[in-house]
Design a protein. Structure first.
Length: 149
C-alpha cells in the first residue's frame, strides 16, 4: 500500500471518529450481548443491547479494532438509539454493498458510514468495518427471540 493510499484510507475524519467512540460502557442488564471477531485481522466487537418496543433503548460496545473498525463503531454508536432491527439490518446490507460492489452509502441515520468508502479497495479491511453492524443486528435478533420465548 503506497503512502498516498494510506493517507486517503486513514483520513483525519476517520481517525477523529475512531477516537470518539460513544457508548463504551457495557450494559449491566442487556437483553442480548453478541461478540463478533474478524478472523483475518483479529478485530473484535462486543455489543450489548436493551430493546424496548422493538427499538434499541440502551447500547453498549467494547471495540478492539483497527481505526476503520473503530470509526464504523463510532458512526453506528452515534445513530443507534431508537433504531429497529430492520433499520440495523438495512444499514448492514447497504454497507456490505458499498464495500463489496460500489453501492451507495447506507441511508440516514447511518449515512456517516460513507466516510469509509475509500476502504472499498481494501478487502482485508471489510470484515472489521462490518463488525459493529453485524453484531448489533445479531443482538437485536437474539433479544427479539428471547422476548418471544
Amino acid at each position: 500500500m503506497a503512502d498516498s493510499d494510506l493517507i486517503k484510507l486513514y483520513s483525519a475524519r476517520i481517525l477523529a471518529l475512531a477516537s470518539e467512540l460513544p457508548h463504551t460502557d457495557r450494559l449491566a442488564a442487556p437483553d442480548a450481548t453478541v461478540t463478533r471477531r474478524a478472523p483475518l485481522c483479529g478485530s473484535t466487537v462486543t455489543v450489548d443491547v436493551a430493546v424496548e418496543d422493538g427499538v434499541i433503548a440502551a447500547y453498549g460496545q467494547e471495540v478492539k479494532a483497527c481505526a476503520l473498525g473503530q470509526a464504523a463503531a463510532s458512526v453506528v454508536g452515534q445513530a443507534i438509539l431508537g433504531r429497529s432491527r430492520a433499520e440495523v439490518e438495512a444499514a448492514r446490507d447497504q454497507m456490505k454493498a458499498m464495500l463489496k460492489s460500489g453501492g451507495p452509502a447506507p441511508d440516514a441515520p447511518f449515512d456517516g458510514l460513507e466516510v469509509l468508502s475509500p476502504a472499498t479497495e481494501y478487502k482485508n479491511r471489510h470484515a472489521s468495518i462490518l463488525l459493529t453492524l453485524e453484531a448489533t443486528a445479531e443482538a437485536m435478533a437474539t433479544a427479539e427471540a428471547s422476548a418471544c420465548a
